[in-house]
Each structure stands twice: as C-alpha cells, then as structure tokens.
Design a protein around this ligand. Structure first.
Ligand code: TRP
Length: 336
C-alpha cells in the first residue's frame, strides 16, 4: 500500500453497457492516465436507486461495465476495478461527510437538479432520498483513496467541486485527512446523440455502444441526423452543428480527409452518403480492437471476476486505512 504515484478515482453507474460518449468523454483519458497515476475505477452500484426494481439489470451491468473497461484497455494489473457496495466503508464515510454538506448547497447542484427533474418526469413519482444524496456518496468515493485527480465527463464537475469544498471544510475542522482533488474533463466533454440531440444516452435511444458489431454501427450511422436544410447533394451544406461532422472531428484520426469532406460539403460537392461511409470506416477501425478484446474476456469470465475481486479487495484495505484516520480525527474512540 506504499503510495508512490498520485491517485485517480473515477467511476460509472452500472445501468447499461458503455457507448461512444463514454469513450470520448472519459474512457480514452482513463486508459492514457494509467501510465502516470494509480487508478481506482469504481462501479458505483450504490448510485442506482432509480433501478431499485431492476436489480437484475444492475447485476448484469456490473459485468458489462467491467467488460467494456477491459475491452478499451483499462488494465487490472495496474489499476483497481472496484465494486462500490463491496467496500461498505463508502456508506459509512458518506454518513460522516453528509454532516458537512448544506442542504441548500446540494439543492443548487446543477447536475443533480437536472437529473432529478428528468427522473421525476420519467418515473412520475418522487425521487428516492438516496438519489438526492448520491453526490455526497460520490464525494466519499473520491476522498476515500485520497485521489488527486478525477477525470470525468463535464456533467460530473459540480460533484468534484463539492468534493473540494467538503475536503477543505473537514480538514480545517479536524486536521489534514483528505486530499483536495482536481477535476479533468475529457477530449469531447459532451458527445451529441445520433439524432443530433444534446447528449448521447442509452435511455435516449441515440447511442452507439462499444460492443456493437460493424453492421449495427453502419446501420446507425447511415440513418444519422445530418443537415436538415440540405435537400440535394449539390446544395451547399452546413458543417457546424452537424452531428456527422462532430463525430468525424471526435473519431476520425485522418484530419486531412475530414477537412476535405468539410470543404466539399460546404461547396455542395459531396453527398451525405459518402460522408457517412467514411465515418463508418473510422468508427469501425476504432471499435474493432475493442470488440476483439471484449470477445476474449467474454469467453473468459473468470478473468473478469478476478479483476473485480482483486481491485475491490485492494480498495477495501485502502478504505479501512482512511476510515481509521477519519475515526481518529473525529475522536470516535469513546471507549478507549
Ligand atoms: N456519477 C457518476 C456517473 O453517473 C459515477 C460515479 C460514481 C463517479 N462515483 C464517482 C464519477 C466518483 C467520478 C468519481 O457516471
């Protein structure tokens, strides 16, 4: 447990397999940062209170997420894959830290506010208290291994900011226990959906999943939303705000090809079909090695379980150590 490298903690809710938005906004950065940081990748199953009546989905998603992680190149030899609820210290720390988050402060968290409104509209009933308090649990997740860096999509930034505030407040009151972490937003902070809507998401039905085969990817791209003002391929087209070009910018490494397509599109000299076909090729080149690694691990499920068991076991030791410091700082040793 001797700590030589700085630490990362980041995580994902186990509700479904991961898509291109996760990749460009987060996973790609995580893969790269494994060289420089000791990484804790958390499967946050305490955070899916909106799936209480679908625990079978959660159970499956824990493995789907782990498979996607292995598939993109997160490496359990170097990094720790952690199942949150198997380290119940997370729950204990959440209780203590909730002492230091004001009710009004939580109510003003913009990400939480938007998610609660969406959940209420979808479920047509009131949001579980556990959903309202999940950002505090996320603070506990981050502070537990004393992470220095928290790489996420941009929607998670308010939670990182809250983490910084809680760490400062606790340290000021009880002595230096926690590290105040920095956030880091991925290369593509928010990927638009296939339908051109603001965000790619499973529940929005506008996502390309990392595990999807070449044929499905082709189909999805060919029916993508493009420039609605363009009737014929000879009409000058709009590149800005056009999701097909946003995906080219995000995923096509051949920048000369992308520039050429943009020039010809603006001039009415290329059809949507060709632009999309080239995107299909770029995406399938990106996804093919990911699919291959995923298939390998899917055929060797024991390796997936071992990765989760080893990472979770390590995180539990780290958590026990931090909790000992927290209890000492709060002087909870009443009976000694
Ligand atoms: N809330 C994050 C999401 O919805 C998942 C998450 C849980 C997380 N704990 C975290 C992210 C800690 C960063 C750090 O994807």
């Amino acid at each position: 447990m001797s700590q030589t490298r700085k630490r990362i903690l980041t995580g994902i809710r186990p509700s479904a397999a991961l898509h291109l938005g996760h990749y460009a906004g987060a996973l790609e950065t995580w893969v790269r940062l494994q060289d420089d940081y000791e990484c804790f990748f958390l499967i946050a199953d305490y955070q899916v209170s909106d799936y209480a009546d679908q625990m079978d989905v959660v159970r499956e998603a824990v493995f789907e997420v782990a498979l996607d992680w292995l598939a993109v190149g997160l490496d359990p030899e170097r990094s720790h894959f952690v199942i949150e609820s198997l380290v119940p210290e997370h729950a204990e720390l959440t209780v203590w830290l909730s002492w230091f988050v004001g009710l009004g402060r939580l109510q003003r968290n913009p990400t939480l506010k938007a998610e609660m409104a969406e959940l209420e509209a979808r479920a047509k009933e009131s949001v579980p208290v556990a959903f309202f308090t999940y950002p505090i649990m996320q603070v506990a997740n981050i502070l537990m291994p004393k992470a220095h860096l928290v790489p996420t999509g941009e929607d998670q930034s308010p939670h990182v900011e809250m983490t910084r505030e809680v760490a400062r407040r606790f340290n000021r009151m009880f002595g230096e226990v926690f590290v105040e972490p920095e956030g880091l937003i991925g290369r593509v902070p928010r990927l638009v959906g296939l339908d051109g809507k603001a965000k790619m998401g499973k529940s929005l039905n506008n996502a390309i999943f990392l595990k999807e085969d070449a044929e499905t990817v082709t189909q999805k791209v060919m029916s993508m939303f493009t420039d609605p003002t363009r009737i014929r391929a000879t009409d000058p087209g709009h590149v800005e705000g056009n999701p097909v070009f946003m995906y080219h910018d995000a995923f096509n490494p051949d920048t000369a090809e992308v520039q050429d397509l943009k020039d010809r599109y603006r001039a009415g000299k290329v059809g949507d079909v060709e632009v999309k076909q080239r995107l299909v090729r770029a995406l399938n080149e990106l996804l093919e090695p990911i699919r291959e690694r995923r298939a390998y691990y899917q055929a060797h499920p024991a390796l997936v379980r071992e990765a989760l068991a080893a990472g979770t076991g390590y995180a539990k030791k780290v958590a026990e150590q931090t909790m000992a410091e927290v209890r000492a700082a709060l002087k909870l040793n009443y009976l000694e």
